[in-house]
Design a binder for this molecule. Structure first.
Ligand SMILES: Cc1cc2nc3c(=O)[nH]c(=O)nc-3n(C[C@H](O)[C@H](O)[C@H](O)COP(=O)(O)OP(=O)(O)OC[C@H]3O[C@@H](n4cnc5c(N)ncnc54)[C@H](O)[C@@H]3O)c2cc1C
Length: 388
């Protein structure tokens, strides 16, 4: 195993890998560009495959105690509120080997970070934006940071998200492409929304070219919302910015009261706005002793709610490979081999999801077979026991 392991990016994927390696007694460094580690105010859906990965990392019990387990996922017509699909999750835990959970992103992030800090207090280095990577003939990587400092690494893992610098520097792949959708995300408190509207269960309202998702987190203390709409282009510098809630209310003004009530209750003036980008998964994930995971390797559209789940699965498989195979090159190849096909399938399914959910006639959804990550058979996967 390589001596100096460098992970770039302390998102869910980077922290998950760091925690797994630290639990196995490996020394590592996680370089994160942000001066302070903060997750955005939004929820995250964690399908059973992701929960199994988090159990492997030793955080399953805490996560299950803090997260919500929605009994149903109801898809409704955007205007008249008619139920088009009522997908029950009451058997998920038994049938898929783990529950489907919904949590505050910050709670998951904090959990991973705290466990890592308890094992290796100096692992996480903040305010370190990677800007360049070079390597010498012996395969040692020299990492250059925006503050002018440098660090060496024998093994380099890019967990640095959609606009990955590791991917650009090591794999020279083209830039991500705008998908034609934007999303706004925010959280509303139970006091703002009222007890009646804070009941368990997630709701999705579908319209041609638009969609509104809401579900409770922190046991109903907060209601998470994600509002999607088609957009011609994305002109902002980065891939997220803040959006004006008044204009969001305008975009969804013809939606059913049970959707609009959440936007009306939102007390902040601004909420997070995202351009949704996609990128073909890398044809090869390994070059020398460098690899990528999560959004850095295969950013996908959120229609199946599998982006964070794939980052967690990647992290667990890579961690197991690095523990099991002494030679780093072999470990990385085992990781790529174990992951590539599954990720390609899910990436493709995620692309199809937008057209299916936001089609011209929402009533069509009631006439077609139900498609979720569970009916597609994605939730059975257990990254802790998959063959390497
Ligand atoms: C609207 C929306 C809703 C979603 N909902 C879900 C959901 O319900 N379920 C789900 O599974 N997925 C969901 N996703 C997808 C999910 O959020 C991502 O796939 C997941 O967060 C990817 O994790 P990651 O660790 O790979 O990357 P990121 O979370 O992007 O983390 C990358 C980290 O790297 C750091 N970084 C970047 N560049 C550098 C650099 N040069 N130097 C140092 N550090 C750097 C960043 O600051 C960041 O901390 C959603 C996405 C969107 C946009």
């Amino acid at each position: 195993m390589a001596d100096r392991i460098a992970i770039v990016g302390a998102g869910i994927g980077g922290l998950a890998l760091a925690l797994g390696l630290a639990r196995a007694g490996k020394r590592l460094r996680v370089y994160e560009q942000a001066p302070e580690l903060r997750e955005i105010g939004a929820g995250v859906s964690l399908s059973p495959n992701a929960v199994k990965g988090l159990r492997y990392l030793g955080v399953g019990e805490r996560l299950e105690a803090m997260a919500d387990e929605p009994p149903t996922q109801v898809t409704r017509h955007y205007a008249n509120g008619k139920v088009l699909v009522n997908f029950r999750r009451h058997n998920t835990r038994e049938q898929q080997g783990a529950p489907y959970l919904q949590a505050h992103r910050a709670d998951l992030h904090d959990l991973l970070r705290e466990r890592l800090a308890a094992l290796q207090p100096d692992a996480l280095v903040l305010d370190k934006e990677l800007t360049a990577v070079s390597d010498d003939p012996a395969g040692v990587y020299l990492l250059g940071f925006a503050d002018g400092s440098q660090a060496g690494a024998d093994l380099l893992i890019g967990a640095d998200g959609l606009k990955s610098t590791v991917r650009r520097e090591v794999f020279s792949e083209p830039a991500p492409e705008f998908s034609g959708f934007v999303a706004w995300r925010g959280l509303v408190t139970r006091d703002e929304l009222g007890a009646e509207q804070s009941r368990p269960g997630s709701m999705v309202f579908v319209a041609p070219g638009r969609m509104f998702v809401r579900y409770p987190v922190r046991h109903g203390a907060l209601q998470n919302f994600v509002a999607f709409s088609r957009a011609d282009n994305w002109t902002a510098e980065g891939w997220s910015q803040t959006g004006d809630i008044v204009s969001v209310r305008g975009v969804f003004s013809d939606f059913h009261e049970d959707a609009r009530v959440v936007l009306s209750a939102f007390s902040g003036r601004r909420c997070h706005m995202w351009g949704l980008f996609s990128r073909r998964p890398l044809p090869r994930w390994v070059r020398g002793r460098a690899t990528v995971l999560g959004d850095a390797a295969h950013p996908m559209l959120p229609w199946l709610g599998q982006g964070a789940a794939m980052a967690i699965e990647d992290a667990v498989i890579l961690c197991r490979s690095l523990i099991e195979f002494e030679e780093a090159g072999e470990a990385l190849c085992r990781y790529e081999h174990a992951r590539r096909e599954r990720v390609m399938v899910i990436h493709r399914q995620s692309l199809l999801g937008g057209d299916r959910l936001m089609q011209q006639d929402p009533d069509e959804l009631a006439r077609r077979p139900v498609v979720t990550e569970e009916t597609l058979g994605l939730s059975h996967y257990d990254p802790a026991t998959e063959p390497l």
